[in-house]
Design a protein around this ligand. Structure first.
Ligand code: DC
Length: 224
């Protein structure tokens, strides 16, 4: 069964999907990591145009590997798990993800990687484009204020402070980009179950996602 989990950035989707997949002993496909690998290679090679980034995507030697430290991401023999989370890659990936050619090239890779039995696939266009026939589609979201509060708590835990209103403004701006981009914008599929986690903590969000999966996996239905 494929469970497609889409939703805006910074709602805690990745962490919750990772934990749910671990508890259910399912596979996890973090499609954002694939876009981040293209962004990393684009930065390293200095290739910035759409044709060049499309060529990088078409020939991406990506591999996900389970380890005691959690899932690792490799490009060839190189472990890039931490590197793809760097500030530079995070800046670059926003551009790369808007390129139609890159999205088209990554479609096949995502579909091949995702056909591995029971799997949670998380991203922005999984239910709408990559796996429109997913057994369950979840739209995972939280209000900008709830997301900003979570971000604020993460910073506080590191002994740092951030301006709440500024973070809310940044989140709204990023949402705007994701909802309005030309290719595969973030949309809430009509057949997706909306999971609003604004009032939930991490454990509550995890339980909510797992309950949806449990309910659906025991339900046999013919899709229209
Ligand atoms: O989820 P993330 O922050 O790791 O995603 C990185 C970038 O890739 C972000 O700009 C959104 C984009 N992305 C996308 O456009 N489509 C996906 N299926 C997954 C991620």
């Amino acid at each position: 069964m494929i469970v497609a989990v889409d939703g805006p950035s910074g709602a805690g989707k990745s962490t919750v999907c990772r934990e749910a997949a671990k508890r259910l002993s399912w596979n996890l496909l973090d499609t954002g990591a694939i876009y981040r690998c293209v962004a990393l290679l684009s930065l390293e090679s200095g290739v910035q145009d759409e044709a060049g980034c499309g060529a990088i995507a078409a020939d991406l030697p990506i591999r996900f590997e389970a380890s005691a430290r959690g899932q690792r991401v490799f490009l060839g023999a190189r472990d890039v798990t931490e590197k793809i989370r760097s500030f530079e890659v995070t800046q670059r990936v926003n551009d790369v993800a808007t390129m139609g050619l890159v999205r088209a090239e990554l479609l096949g890779i995502q579909r091949r990687l995702g056909r591995v039995g029971d799997v949670i696939v998380e991203g922005r266009d999984i239910g709408s484009v990559v796996f429109p026939d997913a057994g369950l589609k979840v739209f995972y979201t939280a209000t900008p204020e709830a997301r900003a509060r979570r971000r604020q708590r993460e910073f506080l835990a590191k002994g740092e402070t951030i301006d709440f209103e500024e973070v809310v403004a940044q989140i709204r701006l990023r949402d705007e980009t994701e909802y309005r981009r030309e290719h595969s914008p973030l949309i809430q599929c009509p057949d997706a179950v909306v999971l609003d986690t604004s009032a939930l903590d991490f454990e509550g969000s995890c339980q909510a996602l797992m309950s949806l999966i449990e309910e659906r996996r025991h339900c046999l239905e013919v899709k229209p």
